[in-house]
Structures are given as C-alpha cells and as structure tokens.
Write a protein that binds this ligand. Sequence first.
Ligand code: MTE
Ligand code: MO
Length: 524
Amino acid sequence: MRSPRGAWSLAGLLGGLAGLATSHLVAAVLHVRSTPVVAVAELAVRLTPTGLIEWGIEAFGVFDKVALVIVILVTLTAVFAWAGRLGRRSWWLTAVPYGVLAGIGGVAVLLVPGANASVDLLPVLTGLLTWLVVTSLLCVPLRVQDERAAGSGRAATEDGEEEPTGLRGDTRRHLLVRMGAVGAFAVLAGLGGEVLARRRQGVERARQLLGLQVTRPTVPAAARIGVDGVTSWETPNPSFYVIHTAFAVPTIDPADWRLRIHGMVDREVVLDFDDLFSGSLTERWTTLNCVSNEVGGDLIGNAWWSGMLTADVLALAGVQEGADAVLQTSEDGWTCGTPLEALTDDRKAMLAVAMNGVPLPVEHGFPVRTLVPGLYGYVSACKWVVDWEVTRFDRFSAYWTENGWSEQGPVKIGSRVDVPRSGDELPAGDVIAAGMAWFQHTGIGGVEVSLDGGAWTAGEVADSRRIDSWFQWRAVLPDVPAGDHVLRVRALDPDGAPQTGVVADTVPDGATGWHEVDFTVTED
Ligand SMILES: Nc1nc2c(c(=O)[nH]1)N[C@H]1C(S)=C(S)[C@@H](COP(=O)(O)O)O[C@H]1N2
Ligand SMILES: [Mo]
C-alpha cells in the first residue's frame, strides 16, 4: 500500500506553516521592521502596474496590504502542499520550491528601504531551514511505508491493477505524533512572535503618544562649513549609529520604567519616568562615539539631547565619601562603569529622554539612557538604564572591561576627511577638502592637512565653541597637479598639540592615527 497524496501534501503544508511561524518569531525578536511575507507584499505592490492596482481597487473594493497578504498566504499554502507532494518522488525535490520561495522572500526583504542584510535575512533563512527540516521529518514515515510497499507489493502491480493507497496503522501513528509535535511547535513559535511583535508595537505606540515638553533642535548656522559632501553636523535619528549587545531590543513602557539608585548612598532612591520632569530639562548638542570606531569610521553622531542632569539625580540619593564610580545596568543586563566625577561635574551629563526633539528611539534606549559628554559610549551611554550602583572601580568590572577593554574610556581627539572621498577623480586646479574633527568636552584648536606627505597646513574650523559636539572643517589645496594624491588630516587640541599619527587599534581604549584618502586629479 502506498501513502496517499493527501498525506504528502499535508506534510508539506505543516512544514511550510512551521517555517512561517519561526520566521515570524525571529523577525519579532530581532525587531526587523518587515517580516518576509509583508516585505513580499510591499514588493508586489511596487512591481504591480498602477493600472492593475486601480483595477483591483475597483474590483475588490480594497487592494491594500491585508488583501495582498491573504493572496500571498493562499499561494504559499498551495506551494507548500505541492512541495510535500514532490517529496514523494525524491527528498531533494522538496527543497526546490522552498528554495525559490526563500529566494523571493530574501530579495523582497533586501529591497525594503534601509534593509540591513546581516539581520534582515535571518528570518528568511530560519524559515527555509524550518521548511526543510520539518518537511523531511514528516515525510520519513510516508517514505518508509512506500519503500515497504515497493518491496512487497510488486506482485500486486504486476497484474496491471492500480496500486492501492492508504495509511498503514504504524505509519499513521508515527505521522500523527510528528504532526502533533510540529503543529504545537508552530503554534508556540507563531504565538511567541505575535506576543513579542505586539509588545513592541505597544511600546512604539506609547513612545509616539508621549507628549514630551522638549525643544526641537535648531542647528547653529555657524556650525556649517558649507562644503557639499561633508557629513551633516547634526545626525538625524534614522542615520545615528546603533551599537548594543542585546539580541532582542528591550521594550519598556515609560509607565513601568524605574531607576534604582543604591550602593554608597545616604538613602536608596527609586525614580520613575515622571520624576525626571520634576525640574526643567537640560537640552544640548552632544556628539557620541564608539570606542570601536576605526580611524575614518562612522560610529559617531551628533544629536540634540534632552534629559535630567545626572548630578541632580545623584544628589537625591546623596553620594557617600570614598565612592568613585557608578555601575550602570540596563534592562537587558549590560553593564558599564562610569566615573562618578563625570556624572557630577559641570559637563552636564544627563539621563536623556529625548533625541533630536522626539522620545528616544527604541533602539537608542527608550525610555531613558545615560549620556556623558567626553566619554566613549561603552563606559557611559547606558541605554534602557534601570540600575545605578554607586561604588568604587576596585570593586567591580563591567561588560566590556571583562572583555579586554580599558576601565576608563575618555574620548580621544580625532578627525576625518569626508571630501574628497577615496577613489574620487577631480579636475585639475584647487581642491577643496572637508571633514569632521572632535575632542568632546575638551574642544579643538584647529585642524591641519598634509598633501602627499608634505608640510602640514592649517584648515578652517566652523564654530569651535561648542566643545561637546564635533566640528566641520575645510581646507583649500591650491593648484593640485594631475596624478594620484594622498590627503591626511589631523586635529589640534586647544593648546595646539597635534593628534598623534601613531597607529593604535581600537582595543583597549580607542584607535589613533591620521585618516587619509587617495584621490586622482585628471589632466584637463
Ligand atoms: N544597554 C546597552 N547600552 C549600551 C550598549 C549596550 O550594548 N547595551 N552599548 C554602548 C556602546 S558600546 C555605545 S558606543 C553606545 C551606542 O549608542 P547608540 O546605539 O545610541 O549609538 O551605547 C552604549 N550603551
Ligand atoms: Mo561603543
């Protein structure tokens, strides 16, 4: 007796649904904006001629994403069942439709604006893997029965009769157990994904409804150097670099947020979100950079932050004699050790609630993060911060210090060439160079450039008073001859001492060395 086609179809269908469930779960955990199915729907809309969409609206009344997602799901169901039936002929044939579907999903996901290949493809890959594993798992009992039928049933087929199909008792039992397990797994994964996705949506809604009394940023006109192609002085939230160890971004409703301040304090204090607004908010431009930023790298950004001064927060608890550090812990368990001095001196370190005039984006620490001018993020800028222990550096080690990074992380002076870009071809004549320079909370005394290893000449720096932010600079290189060139930049500190050219790795406390670009000037 051979296994019936329906059983094979069901195996393919269940495998397919399990894959959709796991990809949904992974998309929710990773906070990927578009799940593969939604991405395919969006792509389909973009590829469909407008005329057809209009016809669809007329014919069906709606032609929105929901309708499209339903069409896609129905198509998927048919393909899943077909993939299962292909399994009857050979194991690897089932992989073909699944592979094609995953290919379509992968392309769609990558075409979503702002897609990030290394993360956004994971849901698709998880789905594909689930399809293959689960479907082959479900096909095993069917295949065993067919092999037995092929071995013993030759006589029956020889007299020309159609081979009977049906499920033998033991096959049925094996199949039911496996299908039950797969079904339960798929439901759990799917529900888990849905719960997570809804929690995220809930927090995102809470974030959007939060009417914070913060000011919108206005960029000081003097901060702009006025060269096309130089990095914008202010960094919009969507382009601000994101670094964290959390696999799933914490989702904290502001109403549930608490910061516990304990350790070497006169009295333990627990702050809630409203407490941060008991006085007036501090608002200022500050540049944040990552200790892992390579020379010339882009793990740096400048934003308008609003929050409560950490000095005022600590004053509520009363810091005791002998303490020199605050061990900050985030909701996801990440820790950093911040010098008490940087949190209490006049540099205006804050518990930030807003970034560029809007509540912190979830991936930047919503609802509350710490921000300390002049320190790298890994020793100061705790996102989703929930716990402060006032303590001493000799009593703990924090996340990155346990991984070989330095206990203290004051930012190093740095600079970068943005214009020209490496590989640019420019016409003969004067070349205008421009870029960024920074030394947060110390400020810079100028920048110098050197063409082809020649003498250092001064460039011009825009508005150098705002020392917690980076600066745009420009320099004119007169009459650069045709040929290949190397341009270097270095910043000067306020005393005129130049940034070191000694090359150092980012580990343990930040990269050093001069940034350089290669460009070519063509004959005219
Ligand atoms: N909870 C948490 N906060 C964190 C980190 C982290 O891994 N987890 N990384 C830190 C590091 S190394 C940097 S450079 C900054 C980056 O902040 P951003 O993602 O808002 O740019 O956050 C800091 N705060
Ligand atoms: Mo960092």
